[in-house]
Design a protein around this ligand. Structure first.
Ligand SMILES: [Ca+2]
Ligand SMILES: [Ca+2]
Ligand SMILES: [Ca+2]
Ligand SMILES: [Ca+2]
Length: 135
């Protein structure tokens, strides 16, 4: 049980069984109480830090998603759109990561899975919108 009651105000948080399962009904199915990762209890300790960078290797990410864009990593060592690999890491203009399928600098998600995974990790929490990420 969360002692400080750290729960976010995101509109769909109550549907996120994996984070906090109180036996609530989601889409007609009743959950199993406490079959979750005890996220509110963890958030009593910390809600994460913007200094922690998490890489998601998946189908890409919708970096413009309204519940993700504020938390999307930006490569400060790379100048966008100048056609130069400014930081010398082998990838030109990789300001948001790299698309290894198309070999370009636009990792926009084409199927949605990567965006879903990124949201589980880093959707903006407590912004009265959508879901909340673990961090
Ligand atoms: Ca729990
Ligand atoms: Ca680069
Ligand atoms: Ca560049
Ligand atoms: Ca949110």
């Amino acid at each position: 049980m969360s002692t400080r009651g750290t729960t976010p105000n995101d509109t769909n948080f109550s549907k996120q069984w994996g984070l906090n399962n109180t036996g609530q009904t989601v889409n007609g199915t009743t959950g199993t109480p406490d079959a979750d990762i005890d996220a509110p209890e963890a958030w009593d300790v910390t809600t994460g830090s913007s200094s922690v960078i998490v890489a998601v290797i998946d189908s890409g990410v919708d970096y413009n998603h309204p519940d993700l864009s504020a938390n999307i990593w930006r490569h400060i060592g790379e100048t966008a759109g100048n056609g130069i690999d400014d930081d010398g890491n082998g990838f030109t203009d990789d300001t948001r990561g790299w698309d290894f399928v198309d070999s370009d600098n636009d990792p926009m998600d084409v199927v949605g899975h990567g965006t879903h995974v990124a949201g589980i990790i880093g959707a903006v929490g407590n912004n009265s919108t959508g879901v909340t990420g673990v961090a």
